[in-house]
Write a protein that binds this ligand. Structure first.
Ligand code: PEP
Ligand code: MG
Length: 604
């Protein structure tokens, strides 16, 4: 192993290593490192018992069969959708996949080292890749890429072969370059304690989920996988962003106490809440919940949420390992609609990227955020889009359902969706299948939607303001890329002006706007949103208590005054400085410390 460990001391020695990271989900955790590997499918090393070996071998063989079947199907395609070159590549992959010596090496590792199939695939692939890389002939040398692709395919199949992988040990802290949302969802049942990554941002879906799961998380630790090994003890401080490797016993004790206190105080906050929420000058503000995980609404209701402002239906895709069928979708939507009742659920149609579909024939996208994603993917996968709309029409008979279209760039996409909805309704009614009333909304999250907002509001029943993407697209900053995290400025004047434009257009038309990006769940940003005209905000369940506290202790008139002060600011720094002064003068009791995340200073 070429791993360079920083500190090889025992947990009881006096030496501990502290690494600085960016905190992205609050809380403390103490546990043992589990390293995650893999690209398309992520995995980790697990030691198995003698009795589990046979099952693990079967799991591996089932995955190879599944992957072989997929490749044969693609290689047999003759419909012109796939080029001859691609078929040749897939045929070459098939040869590698069917190679008996590869199988037997992997099986020997499973048996001999008593490890899970994923780990055995990794070890064998690394060995082969290392050999390929020494070949002098450049053409042959590059075949290692094919080998890696085949390994990825087996790993993906191991996740979808029907046999669940073995669970993580208790107290595991996930360490990875990056954690995919689907991996996190798969790991929920193992109850990991925290996440440490090299990459990701505050608004990455993985960290949105982590906050929803109450899972402390930090990001931005360079080369983290080189600094730790499976089983190392580690502390994650999701407030300061510190990671402590091989902590001293007194440090562990201190953090254990802090963790107990933190979780006790959270429980008290939740119990005390009521549903109604007014500012000091008696203006009602509605708080709704963002729901990504099954069962998430029970907790939201306890915290005082009025219905669901955003249900990210694409997480069903992770749950079902692909597009759920009509029956599964109707069931899922009805379940949440019945649970939520009169306040209603805004269900967003699948906001997926083509790469998440693992579509074999799709080109790898250079820039997925600007690629075939969200509503665009809906139109390019019309069968699945229609099926989702048809399911929603049927599910809406039992509750108050609304549908929201993600990443709308102008009104044409809304008009086309309305046509599809009309056709689906007619076809269902013809078959004597009942349909409910479905209200239609648009997510406002790209600049072109801001500049054509008047046309959009004319065609929808409500808007959802997705500030995560709005900041990403307005400022051209990848929200998942840690290296540009300092440019992701939620309080950039361009963002504030865009929010205001949306609020004014909706008010003129008399429709509601639900602000549902992470900005709405941040106590520091909420007064600014209220001052800009927001009256409905939707957030991560675990933010509700803290946001309620702020709203109930400020006056709307004050929030408006604050926004007036921000109007002439030229940069995000100016906005943050002006707001900080205002907070100190008026609301020190609510914001005693630094309000906004600190940014790197560049020497010029
Ligand atoms: C947003 O972009 O603000 C949003 C709510 O949607 P998502 O985070 O799922 O992209
Ligand atoms: Mg979005």
């Amino acid at each position: 192993m070429n791993k360079k460990k920083r500190n090889l001391s025992s947990p009881n020695s006096n030496v501990e290593d502290r690494l600085n990271a960016r905190a992205v989900s609050r809380g403390f955790a103490i546990g043992k490192v589990v390293c995650l590997h893999g690209r398309k499918r992520q995995f980790y090393r697990i030691e198995i018992s003698h009795a589990q070996i046979e099952l693990e071998l079967q799991r591996f063989r089932a995955a190879v069969n599944l992957a072989t079947g997929q490749l044969k199907k693609i290689a047999a395609q003759k419909n012109g959708q796939i080029t001859k070159t691609k078929i040749d590549i897939f045929s070459a992959h098939l040869l590698i996949l069917e190679d008996k010596s590869l199988h037997s090496k992997i099986e020997t590792i499973i048996e001999g080292k008593k490890v899970n199939a994923e780990w055995a695939v990794k070890i064998v692939t690394e060995e082969f890749v290392a050999q390929y890389k020494t070949i002098p002939d450049a053409h042959l040398r590059e075949r290692y890429i094919d080998l890696e692709d085949v390994a990825d395919r087996i790993l993906t199949a191991l996740g979808g072969s029907g046999n669940a992988p073995i669970a993580l040990e208790k107290n595991s802290i996930i360490v990875a370059e990056e954690v995919r949302p689907s991996t996190l969802i798969e790991l929920i049942e193992s109850q990991p304690q925290a996440i440490i990554t090299e990459n990701g941002g505050w608004t990455s879906h993985t960290f949105i989920l982590a906050r929803e799961m109450n899972l402390p998380a930090v990001t931005g630790v360079k080369k983290i996988l080189r600094q730790v090994e499976n089983g190392d003890q580690v502390i994650v401080d999701g407030f300061s962003g510190q990671v402590i490797l091989n902590p001293r016993p007194d440090t562990v004790k201190r953090y254990k106490n802090a963790a107990d206190e933190f979780y006790e105080s959270k429980n008290v906050e939740v119990e005390k809440t009521k549903v109604e929420l007014n500012t000091l000058d008696n203006r009602e503000i509605i708080i709704r919940a963002n729901i990504d995980l099954p069962g998430g609404y029970a907790q939201a209701k306890k915290s005082g949420a009025k219905g669901v402002g955003l249900y990210r239906s694409e997480f069903l895709f992770n749950q079902y390992k692909g597009f759920p069928n009509e029956r599964e979708q109707i069931e899922a939507y009805r379940k949440i609609a019945e649970l939520v009742g009169a306040e209603g659920v805004r269900i967003r149609t699948f906001d997926l990227g083509i790469e998440q579909l693992a579509d074999e024939t799709a080109k790898r996208e250079k820039n997925p955020a600007l690629g075939l994603r969200a509503i665009r993917l809906g139109f390019s996968h019309l069968k699945e889009f229609r099926l989702q709309l048809r399911s929603l029409l049927q599910a809406s008979t039992v509750g108050n359902l609304h549908v929201v279209l993600p990443m709308v760039s102008d009104v044409s996409e809304i008009i086309q969706t309305k046509m599809i909805l009309k056709r689906e309704r007619e076809s269902l009614l013809k078959k004597k299948i009942e349909c409910g009333n479905l209200r239609l909304g648009a997510m406002i999250e790209v600049p072109s939607a801001i500049f054509t907002i008047d046309e959009i509001v004319a065609e929808v029943d409500f808007l959802c303001l997705g500030t995560n993407d709005l900041v990403q697209y307005l400022l051209a900053v990848d929200r998942d890329n840690e290296t540009v995290a300092d440019w992701f400025r939620t309080l950039h004047p361009a963002v504030l002006r865009a929010v205001k434009i949306v609020m004014q257009a909706a008010e003129k038309k008399g429709i509601s706007v639900i602000v549902c990006g992470e900005m709405a769940g941040s106590p520091a940003y909420v007064p600014i949103l209220l001052g800009l005209g927001a009256t409905e905000i939707s957030m991560n369940v675990n933010s509700i208590a803290r946001v309620r506290k702020v709203i109930s202790q400020i006056a709307l008139e004050e929030a408006r005054e604050l926004v007036k002060n921000l109007e002439n600011c030229r940069t995000a720094d100016e906005v943050e400085n002006t707001a900080t002064i205002f907070y100190r003068e008026k609301w020190t009791h609510l914001f005693p410390n630094n309000v906004f995340p600190s940014k790197k200073k560049y020497k010029i």
